[in-house]
Design a protein around this ligand. Sequence first.
Ligand code: PA5
Length: 421
Amino acid sequence: MVKVDLSGAMGFLDSTGPDYGAAGQAHRALAEGKGAGADFTGWRELPRRVQGEELKQITAAAERIRDTSEVLVVVGIGGSYLGARAGIELIQPKNGPEVIFAGTGLSPDALVSKLEQLGDRDFSINVVSKSGTTLEPAAAFRIFRGLLEKKYGAGARRRIYATTDKARGVLKTIADKEGYESFVVPDDVGGRFSVLSAVGLLPLAAAGCDVHTMVGAAAEAMYELDLRSPDNPAWQYAATRNALYAKGKKIEILASYEPSFRYMAEWWKQLYGESEGKNGVGIYPASVEYNADLHSMGQYIQDGPRTLMETVVSFDRPRKDYEMPFVMGDPDGLNYLAGRGLGEISRVAMEAVKAAHVAGGVPNMGVSVPRRDEEGFAELVCFFEMACAISGYMLGVNPFDQPGVEAYKKNMFRMLGKPGT
Ligand code: PA5
């Protein structure tokens, strides 16, 4: 299970520590459906709900994709793609089709390079859009679907998997008309909380992740995260980051020493940024990748404006350690590390960075799970989702809406001349 280490943050708080009373109230509002946006809290039930028939359908479709395709093109944006990408990059499953993510922008250069990457290989498409009207994925879907139809003719429709609203929207209409196999984005789950539905599970399963293990671990994690006590890691993280925010730490940087964590950090930024940044308040979520960024952003973090807090996600054990070799004569002066695992060296570096940043005025919260695998992924997802809901309620916002995202869409559709805008 996720562990939270607050030893690097407590020195920055009042002697009363984090406000667990407020965290408890927020948790109660969430559990009793009495908080803002209560209609969008179905994500808490997803791991239990999806087990059974739905998971069977997902894994059967994933098997078909694996049998027939060298590439899976996943078309979606925001909550309709980040969770799947985060999981695939973190877990790095083997032997599945290559997954190309499309529909995250309108850059022609990016599109052309994805088409080149795809080449002439056999492929399938999983198009994911709850509304069906989001321009970026809709445009990419039109283009990739055209290619598929050219390559496979009438058989193309058997290679398209649509994940969308159960009854409404353009994508649902097209899927029904064309007979695409469809999966549902539940009504009571917003995009950024949807990774443990078919939205994330189908691409994860197709890529080769063990989604049964993942969903089982998630169900257990959701149960444990319902604990009403300051021992709940979600309370600890939510209450501490809010207390630090009240002390002027307006920016939270999420750091990891694992390069494969990069898209988890992107997923986390969406989760927290879209959930909390509203009504003129909210911690700004940013991310860094250590050790690389210690040599770029490290200067700012150590020495810039003291408005930062830092959360470091780590994994207790590497999948496979690697020992520093001994070299005769010690030409590079590294023999003091010889015989030690890189895992241990990295851990010491992490402790050293923590001490330096805390001394420099950056509070540090540690979040750890045992391993970088399906279970670790599920535990992190459930932990961050639960903490986000509690944190948002503590901040006094509705963590489940995103009214601000509509502003650019309205302008863009009007300026592009969409009928009716
Ligand atoms: O979290 C969200 O709600 C958003 O990021 C959406 O997932 C994103 O805008 C894509 O929307 P849709 O799935 O309707 O295409």
